[in-house]
Design a protein around this ligand. Sequence first.
Ligand code: AMP
Length: 285
Amino acid sequence: MDPPRVITTLDDLRAAVGPLRRAGWRVGVVPTMGALHEGHLSLVHASRAECDFTVAWIFVNPSQFGPGEDYARYPRDLQADLDKLAACGVELVFAPAEGEVYGPEHDTWVEPGAVAGPLEGEHRPGHFRGVATIVLKLFNMIAPDAAYFGQKDYQQALVIRRMTADLDLPIEIRVCPIVRESDGLAMSSRNAYLSPAARRRATVLWKSLCLAKELVAGGERGAETIARRMREVILSAEDARIDYVALVDPETLQQVERVDRPTLAALAVRIENTRLIDNCILTVE
Ligand code: AMP
């Protein structure tokens, strides 16, 4: 496959995408921070299946990282990303420099509402403000018909859906299932930080979600009991530190007491100082 065309300026982006939109093509966008893996590529495949043209966006967005987080060391490998996107048949990649996205006088932010408050919102203050702002800018830059996100970042997808509805953006938000490694660990660019031993310990995240599903299938309905059992599994891994293990309403993200309708089990755990997140929906037969 030919390598995709890489565009770095907004002018070139608009010049490339504008005529396609005017010709009535359905344009899909896949926002990523690069260091691409099969999880990202599943979004690309979904977009290519549903749209006439797919733009992959690669930008490590500084405004969604808090002080002391991993912005500086976040993995960046544009050439490897381009090879993967070429193999998927992507024709256009937008990979702007920071200055192209945030001018020196940039001073306008999107402040998401209640759905950004709990879970990640409590542990990463300002994170969703940065996410919502960059996604709105991206939507305005590309004016896509559809945008593809992963359930891996469940709360992020909810924040984007809310913003899209509240701000009347004519864009379809598609959320694709979590792609996992063969041992269940959700694929993530941050998995690369883990030493081999920590990588093995990281399977406790998926094991705890599987246990939650088993407990619900076995008739357990008490959210606190399920969460406690999940924490035990996670803490069986040496050096695991829990940011949260929560059973919440899948729409509001408010804690539930009983799992008697579909419930989101969501967790954030640090292993060897690498912060990993995962989630699943618990369904009641
Ligand atoms: P990131 O590059 O981490 O910002 O992720 C870009 C997009 O890929 C987001 O919508 C993520 O939810 C999605 N994504 C990341 N990991 C996975 C995965 N394992 N499965 C499915 N989607 C994912």
